[in-house]
Design a protein around this ligand. Structure first.
Ligand SMILES: Cc1cc2nc3c(=O)[nH]c(=O)nc-3n(C[C@H](O)[C@H](O)[C@H](O)COP(=O)(O)OP(=O)(O)OC[C@H]3O[C@@H](n4cnc5c(N)ncnc54)[C@H](O)[C@@H]3O)c2cc1C
Length: 322
């Protein structure tokens, strides 16, 4: 997501702060959902460090810190010496936020589907929808096999693939790159396994997964091809390792796995959640942007309320007509 003060320029300070507060709340809601699952699913609250990549970024980042502090977020400003002591690298300054979370989103999705199934609902994977007819009172879907499904309400949550169902252009698709390192001894890891990201564009982020591996990502391209060449992934992996090693000079990082993914970017970094008049009885949960996992919890509440004809004070922040 755009940092708060930049988002304020798009949507006003009140709405920017509100969407940040919703994201923070969503972290704890997802933590609570994980706890309720049987068996309980691993979720960790982790601090998040946002550091200035260059001297020129420091003032803007400090403004961001002040804005967050003024609005009640749990943040500390770290000077270069603090970051050196806690994280082992140099930066002109950084914001340390207490509210961050770490979860394996893929496995959590499967755990949630399992839980839904246990309650008697059915899940159909590998069932492509060939056609959707949006009617006044119902939606009719036709699968590739010619089967017809009639529903009172339809929710489309198929990520960037959903763009084909939305009139007009609401997002751009970028390509992002990531790698997971080989396991490392604990002495190379940093303050409370924090999530770390920088101000530079294209950015780099890193965090610890599976207790002793580093997940390192970023170096996004502002385009996306369906087939990404192995050689592109190889050179992005090398570039990520190079940038990381320039920061964390003593960490002997080696890539174990690396991959690329599509990443949908919106004008303000916020997701699109809700309905469109041209698509009656249909709701979209499109968690576009860098905080898409938290947006999923926000989308669930907004869409539940819309279907139940309940008022939701947050719906306008993420609507299609914003
Ligand atoms: C490398 C990487 C790192 C990221 N890191 C973070 C992070 O640290 N924190 C964070 O909050 N977000 C992060 N994101 C962003 C986050 O993953 C997305 O914003 C979020 O997953 C979007 O959620 P979604 O439900 O809209 O779409 P998705 O998570 O993409 O889910 C869409 C699902 O629909 C399925 N699908 C597609 N087409 C169809 C179809 N026709 N029929 C049925 N199913 C279909 C897809 O297979 C997929 O499972 C990251 C993204 C990437 C790529």
């Amino acid at each position: 997501m755009a940092v708060n003060y930049k988002l304020s320029e798009y949507v006003g300070e009140a709405n920017a702060v509100k969407s940040y507060k919703l994201c923070r709340q969503a972290i704890y809601e997802i933590a609570a959902i994980c706890k309720q699952l049987h068996p309980a699913f691993d979720f960790h609250i982790r601090p998040s460090l946002h550091y200035a990549s260059f001297k020129n970024d420091k003032d803007d980042l400090y403004r961001e810190f002040q804005l967050r502090q003024k609005n009640g977020f749990h943040v500390d400003w770290l000077e270069p010496g603090d970051v050196q002591d806690m994280f082992g690298f140099t930066t002109p300054g950084a914001i340390l936020s207490a509210d961050g979370g770490e979860v394996d989103a893929y496995l959590l999705t499967h755990a949630l589907l399992k839980s839904v199934k246990r309650r008697g609902h059915r899940i159909f994977s590998n069932t492509n929808i060939r056609d959707i007819a949006y009617g006044k009172h119902q939606v009719t879907l036709t699968t590739d096999a010619g089967l017809v499904i009639k529903a009172k309400k339809l929710i489309i949550a198929s990520g960037y693939e959903s763009l084909k169902y939305v009139p007009g252009k609401i997002a751009e698709i970028h390509t992002t790159y990531a790698l997971v390192s080989e396991a490392l001894p604990e002495k190379y890891l940093w303050h409370k396994n924090s999530l770390v990201w920088e101000t530079a564009q294209p950015y780099m982020y890193f965090r610890i997964v599976n207790k002793d591996r580093i997940l390192l990502g970023g170096k996004d391209d502002n385009f996306h091809n369906q087939h990404i060449l192995d050689s592109t992934i190889k050179s992005k992996t090398a570039s990520l390792l190079h940038s990381f090693s320039r920061k964390m000079k003593d960490v002997p990082i080696k890539a174990d796995f690396s991959w690329a993914g599509a990443f949908a970017v919106t004008k303000d970094g916020l997701p699109y959640i809700g309905s469109i008049p041209k698509r009656p009885n249909t709701y979209f949960a499109l968690g576009y942007g860098g905080n898409g996992i938290t947006f999923s919890a926000i989308a669930a509440e907004i869409i539940r309320d819309a279907i139940m004809n309940r008022k939701n004070d947050n719906a306008h922040l993420f609507g299609f007509n914003r």
